[in-house]
Design a protein around this ligand. Structure first.
Ligand SMILES: [Zn+2]
Length: 106
């Protein structure tokens, strides 16, 4: 049920390879390391998914909508818990598609 571009970005994030500002700064492409979502912390993968207050609120809203309770804060733990909590093949596919869409949009 995933949108292909959502799956691709999700795959990049799970391999910890998105071009976050800390990586762009190392490549000397971008000088500013601040997070574009909150502007108060350096943007790296751990901050972006889901230590950032903005992304944390997005995750919280999506999890409430899906009626899933999770206390994890790192992307791998959240993905594992979200996919395990889903009962049934169809619901699991929907939850994975929603999680991939959330990661893509963040
Ligand atoms: Zn932030």
């Amino acid at each position: 049920m995933n949108v292909p571009k959502h799956s691709f970005i999700c795959w990049i994030v799970m391999h910890r390879r998105p071009l976050t500002r800390d990586r762009l700064a190392k490549m000397r492409i971008c000088q500013d390391k601040e997070c574009l979502l909150c502007g108060s912390n350096p943007e790296n993968i751990d901050h972006l998914f889901f230590e950032c207050e903005f992304s944390k609120e997005c995750l919280k809203g999506v999890l409430e909508w899906l009626k899933i309770g999770i206390n994890k804060t790192n992307i791998e733990g959240i993905w594992r818990r979200v996919t395990r909590k889903a009962k049934g093949r169809c619901r699991r596919s929907i939850i994975k598609a929603v999680a991939a869409a959330l990661i893509y949009h963040i």
